[in-house]
Design a protein around this ligand. Structure first.
Ligand SMILES: [Zn+2]
Ligand SMILES: [Zn+2]
Length: 373
């Protein structure tokens, strides 16, 4: 079989055995053995990560390529013949494709080693949830000596054959928050004796949206989302406590700080208006992913004729590849994986599928990143 066929086989084999973040034991064993089959010795990082060096036949840069490894807590409903064999876990984001593409790249490059420098293969656990696996690899020295680093994400919003790339901000600061409201509970028929935490929670949800509409400058992309609201036990009791959780997405640190300050003020003062209290807990997640201008321009030039480059808008999602780009020059690319008929479920859906033509294409997209102009 050719490497083009192998990359499809790798993806299907990995798709059968999805594992959650930092539990990718079987996945690592698979990757480890495949790299060994290519004559590569891997270095283990933590319980489930690994990296390996593949030297070319002449001197040159050390270039890192990264694939994330984790699946999601979902029960697969695609009906594919190679569906997940692990109950309640699914590769629904496409990380199986990323691993297969990087393995395919290693296989293709190992055939004749006809490239300069060294390719550092980075298999990283746990992208889906902060704190993520990227920092573990970096702390373990996986980026030591690396000159440039590249990564990609298969992208259901783009058709197969096209790619999204942009210099500068590409993905957002992805943070989470909790607001705990403490009032005074009581009988549903005697509101005068209470401080209704559910009412206050509702006011806070509404007031938080004024941060985006009245505090953040109109041309600054930002999102405040309240994802959950919990309070109360039954219909005729006024709730003593309520809890909101949500996420904040921004690109600049200034905007992030502004939103945290405003959230704190709005939560505390809205509660104070009703003689109750509210407490904000804010946890920073992955930092914004900022693509390096020079590497984006060079990669784009090399991809000419291979894929249609779309000048995409920044995505408000989070991605821990951002950490690598804080340490090393490089770029991250969205690689279209939607079938031409556009029938595709979104990432993180139990119906998520991808057009497998993206797999050999992904190998070539990364190979061009590591080849000099
Ligand atoms: Zn995902
Ligand atoms: Zn993903």
């Amino acid at each position: 079989m050719s490497w083009e066929d192998h990359v499809v086989q790798y993806r299907r084999e990995l798709h059968r055995i999805p594992e959650l973040g930092f539990q990718e034991h079987q996945t690592r064993e698979y990757l480890w053995n495949r790299l060994k089959g290519l004559g590569l010795e891997s270095t283990a990082v933590g319980e489930t990560g690994l990296y390996a060096d593949l030297p070319g036949n002449r001197p040159g840069k050390v270039v890192g390529v990264r694939a994330d490894m984790d699946g999601l807590p979902l029960s697969e409903e695609t009906g594919l013949s190679f569906s997940s064999e692990h109950a309640g876990v699914m590769h629904a984001c496409g990380h199986d494709a990323h691993m297969a593409i990087v393995l395919g790249l290693a296989e293709r490059l190992a055939q004749d080693r006809d490239f300069p420098g060294t390719v550092r293969i980075l298999f990283q656990p746990a992208e889906e949830r902060p704190p993520g696996g990227a920092l573990k690899l970096i702390e373990a020295g996986a980026l030591d000596g690396v000159d440039e680093v590249y990564g990609l994400h298969v992208w259901a919003n783009l058709p197969v054959g096209s790619a999204g790339l942009r210099a500068g901000p590409m993905m957002a600061n992805a943070d989470q928050f909790t607001i705990r409201i403490k009032g005074v509970g009581g009988h549903g028929s005697q509101p005068q004796a209470t401080k209704d935490a559910v009412l206050i929670a509702a006011q806070i949800v509404v007031n938080l949206q004024t941060i985006i509409s009245r505090r953040v400058p109109p041309f600054e992309p930002a999102v405040v989302t309240c994802g959950t609201i919990h309070g109360g036990h039954t219909f005729n009791i006024i709730a003593e406590t309520a809890e909101l959780t949500g996420t904040v997405r921004t690109f600049s640190n200034a905007c992030q700080s502004l939103i945290v300050e405003e959230m704190q003020r709005i939560a505390e003062r809205t509660a104070a208006l009703y003689d109750a209290t509210a407490e904000l807990t804010y946890e920073k997640g992955y930092p914004a992913l900022i693509n390096h201008e020079g590497e984006v321009a060079a990669w784009e030039e090399k991809l000419r004729g291979l894929v249609e480059i779309e000048r995409v808008e920044p995505d408000m999602g989070g991605e821990d590849f951002a950490y690598y780009l804080q340490h090393k020059p490089g770029a991250f690319l969205f690689l279209g994986c939607a079938p031409p008929d556009g029938q595709v479920a979104p990432h993180h859906s139990p119906h998520f599928i991808l057009d497998e033509r993206v797999l050999p294409l992904g190998v070539e997209v990364l190979r061009r990143a590591i080849m000099p102009n």
